[in-house]
Design a protein around this ligand. Sequence first.
Ligand code: SAM
Ligand code: SF4
Length: 327
Amino acid sequence: MTLFDKFGRQITDLRISITDRCNFRCVYCRSADPENYREHDEILSWPELDRLAKIFLSLGIRKIRITGGEPLVRAGVEDYIARVHELGVEDLSMTTNGHLLAERCERLVEAGLRRINISLDSLDSHKFERITRTKSFDTVMQGIDAAQKSKLGPAKINAVLVRGLNEDEVEAFAEFARQRGVIMRFIEFMPLDADRTWTRRQVVPAMEVYERIHARWPLVQIQHERSETARKYRFADGAPGEIGLIAPVTQPFCGHCSRIRLTADGKLRTCLFSKDDHDLRGLLREGATDDEIVSYIQSIVNEKEEGHRINAPDFLPPTRTMVFIGG
Ligand code: SAM
Ligand code: SF4
């Protein structure tokens, strides 16, 4: 069985958010205000997540990324990864803020994880504190080191660039990629922040990032799969490391989108910017059969929106923000 939408796009990529909780409060993601987490029983249990992983794999999902919130704050994540790995998924990865990574790296590798994305929005520890509202710079750097030394390397390092905040660090990040041999990915700031402060002016276009790095260290494009979100480059001088540019705002890649998302509270989302989400948890808890769940997923995927409408004049951000959707 396979999953296609009405525009003929095959859905092969699933992001599973296993928690809406997080130990950071990045300014472009969460609010500084008190927690508004879901109750524990609203979050999918491990057996429910096991069942859904099996069903999605039977529908032709080939890539699964575990995310959150911060996935490493949920106890049992390594065991879940081991079970999903056992199911035979082709490409299994995780996105983390890296704070708990150094101490968990070995167990994640043992569980079968082979790829990791680590968020790092500044190489300056003071600025890092301002962005994440934590003092975790050193532990994140230790997490990156641990990943690089393990089978998770080369790590992908994600930086969300926000004009006036960290756009001055583009070259420093590129140098970091060259020195550490990591894949440095620059992500355009999207209107998914809890504080609703996003403005177009704060977006640093991927093209600008490309031009700045290319002027200093010429870049050579690397072939990428059609459905991949990042444009990838290596350094022409043969230095280690790689650059990835992700431009959802200035160069939307919706035409090739192969992705759906499962939120921590069991909602299926067909786009980051979907206005609605679809309640798989309700079905699971009402005792639906696997066939019923499959039909429901197929009907929802069929209606996947053609693209996000960030650039449309009447665009409104979704009511759910990144930390709840799962990036
Ligand atoms: N907590 C983990 C982390 O930070 O890597 C995983 C979840 S986080 C929501 C996933 C990714 O979304 C991170 O790379 C983060 O930088 C990115 N992100 C969060 N808010 C964003 C926004 N408003 N625009 C673009 N990317 C965003
Ligand atoms: Fe937490 Fe990740 Fe959002 Fe930062 S980006 S607040 S680490 S979920």
